[in-house]
Design a protein around this ligand. Structure first.
Ligand code: DCP
Ligand code: MG
Ligand code: MN
Length: 339
């Protein structure tokens, strides 16, 4: 920090130096030793000048400044900016944004907020950010949660849930949905639909939340609970699980609690994929219906701005096939519900 403090006002090349330092910081992050050295030396040379260096010619005449750096110095003096730095900063922001949005439960808005607050890496977040419990777990298990789960492990994890549930009440059903039901060779998480023939939502929820989940926590299968997004509160339990051996990777698991009467609509919803759901729901609405995870409805009253005023009349919710039929959509097996 040789005289850096004084530089601000007095050094005629302060602005040029400031921009070159940002480039050096970038190459530092890239571990580009050769460019780091070139920038450091040029910066040091500029610091020693008492006159403003404004042209490529002037810059090249100084020690340790090559032609390309000299051209950059001229560009900075002429335009007050360096286009290369602008692209580098935009690319870096994109990369940090991608890194942050891969934290489970973190979207673009939260990620942008953190970047705004000056956080640049997961370590920054760990050390300096105020994190919710969910975010803390998402960061602690970042690599695990971003890894794909092999189909065979999805089956093993699903069997553990199914066996624990059947031990409580053999009439219960636990089906693996999501990408697994669509036939994927690996999945991002495990999606399990839990139901019992002829049973209500309340009774199913009581068994899952008061018996199944506590049992699976006790057996160390469930490792953490993750707060639900406001949209699925009540119908979903989100968390993390792992196979019962030391060092087993943590996997994301979603349990969807479904009353028997809503099985068909729930199966469509939880099989996805999300784009297929959006398009079949849109198609339903163009035919005057409304489709959601609970059923297919008609005569939904909408007010201003298409705000829903009533749920309408339930037409069908029990059978996946019937919902397709009523909508006039040819049956699509789960493997073909990829849009
Ligand atoms: N779903 C949806 N809209 C969303 C999220 C989910 O309709 N925004 C539905 C369709 C999905 C299903 O829930 O297929 C399960 O959601 P996942 O996020 O677990 O997605 P997938 O199981 O399809 O893929 P992955 O292998 O990444 O888990
Ligand atoms: Mg899934
Ligand atoms: Mn899921």
């Amino acid at each position: 920090h040789d005289g850096k403090e004084k530089e601000g006002e007095s050094n005629p090349n302060a602005h040029t130096i400031e921009i070159l330092e940002k480039m050096a910081d970038y190459y530092n992050g890239m571990k580009d030793e050769w460019r780091i050295r070139a920038y450091r030396k040029a910066i040091s040379t500029l610091r020693g000048q008492t006159k403003k260096i404004a042209t490529k010619q002037e810059a090249m005449a100084l020690p340790n400044i090559g032609e390309r750096l000299a051209a950059k110095i001229e560009e900075i003096v002429l335009t007050s900016r360096l286009r290369r730095l602008d692209t580098v900063l935009a690319d870096t922001t994109d990369e940090i944004l991608r890194c942050f949005t891969k934290i489970y439960g973190v979207g673009a808005v939260q990620a942008a907020k953190w970047i705004d607050q000056g956080f640049r890496s997961l370590d920054d977040l760990r050390e300096k950010a105020t994190l919710t419990k969910n975010q803390q777990i998402g960061i602690d298990h970042y690599d695990d949660f971003n890894a794909r789960i092999p189909r065979s492990e999805v089956e093993q994890l699903g069997a553990i849930v199914r066996n624990a549930l059947r031990a409580i009440d053999p009439a219960f059903q636990a089906l693996i949905m999501g990408s697994y039901r669509r036939g994927a060779q690996d999945s991002g998480d495990i999606d399990m639909l839990i139901t019992k023939p002829h049973e209500s939502f309340g009774a199913i929820r009581t068994v899952v939340l008061e018996q199944l989940v506590p049992n699976l926590v006790k057996s160390n299968f469930l490792r953490a609970e993750l707060a639900a997004t406001s949209r699925d509160t009540g119908t979903k339990w989100n968390g993390a699980c792992a196979l019962p051996f030391g060092g087993a990777p943590w996997r994301r698991i979603d349990l969807l609690l479904v009353p028997w009467d809503e099985m068909g609509a729930a199966q469509i919803y939880f099989t996805g994929n999300d784009i297929f759901n959006r398009s079949i729901r849109l198609l339903a609405s163009t035919k005057g219906f409304r489709l959601n995870q609970h059923g297919l409805f008609k005569d939904v009253m909408r007010g201003r701005g298409r705000v829903k005023l009533t749920d309408g009349t339930l037409i069908e919710s029990k059978s996946e096939k019937k919902i397709f039929e009523i909508l006039g959509v040819p049956w699509r097996p789960p493997q073909h519900r990829i849009c």
